[in-house]
Design a binder for this molecule. Structure first.
Ligand SMILES: [Zn+2]
Length: 202
């Protein structure tokens, strides 16, 4: 039997272990909640982290880095490689803007190349940090991924705006749209997916 207290009214509940992960109605207040895993019940019977994902129940739903989770796994590894490649390209251009006509025509170019590169390097570090959480299946992974996706939109916006002002080109909306679409797809996935809840439990 699983003994715990209703998270709403505190009524003592006692249900068979076979109901772990199932909905159970409190006989006193009618609140419907998920029967917690014993590891999520404090000695006083209080459900720990009642608002957080429950401890994974083995055999219930998909788990592990498979299914749709393959795509963020690839993205976390390829992202820094692509970023560092692009970085080497823009550093190659740096010499063009150090002296001569180009430097006079685009006075802010050098600053923009160095500044946006620093931001890209910071994002690469953040990506590697999140990848380490991801592959170690840490509980904080979904939050870290969401922060990374949000930071990516902000950094992309700053870099695109900085480049367009330094090189006097129109604002390239494409890159910003891409990072927004990526976030719009993956943030809900990391919040709602059963596989995510079952995988990042360390
Ligand atoms: Zn209750």
């Amino acid at each position: 039997m699983i003994d715990y207290k209703c998270s709403k009214c505190g009524e003592a509940m006692s249900v068979p272990s076979s109901l772990i992960g199932e909905n159970e109605k409190c006989p006193s207040c009618g609140n419907v909640s998920i029967v917690p895993h014993p590891a999520d019940i404090s000695p006083e019977g209080i459900i720990k982290n009642a608002d957080k994902p429950k401890t994974a129940i083995p055999g219930e739903g998909p788990e592990g880095i498979g299914g749709w989770l393959i795509f963020p796994a690839i993205g976390l590894v390829l992202g820094p490689i692509i970023s560092l490649f692009n970085l080497s390209m823009s550093f190659g251009m740096l010499g063009m803007f150090t002296e001569g006509d180009m430097a006079i025509e685009y006075p802010g170019a050098q600053e923009a190349i160095v500044g946006t590169s620093v931001l890209v390097i910071l994002m690469v570090c953040f990506d590697i940090f999140v990848a380490a959480l991801f592959f170690r299946k840490k509980r904080s992974t979904p939050k870290a991924i969401i922060a990374l996706l949000a930071a990516n939109i902000i950094i992309t916006f700053i870099n695109v705006a900085w480049a367009s002002s330094a090189f006097m080109t129109s604002f390239d909306i494409g890159e910003l749209a891409r990072s927004s679409v990526v976030a719009a797809v993956w943030i809900p996935y990391f919040l709602l997916s059963a596989r995510v809840k079952n995988t990042f439990t360390e």
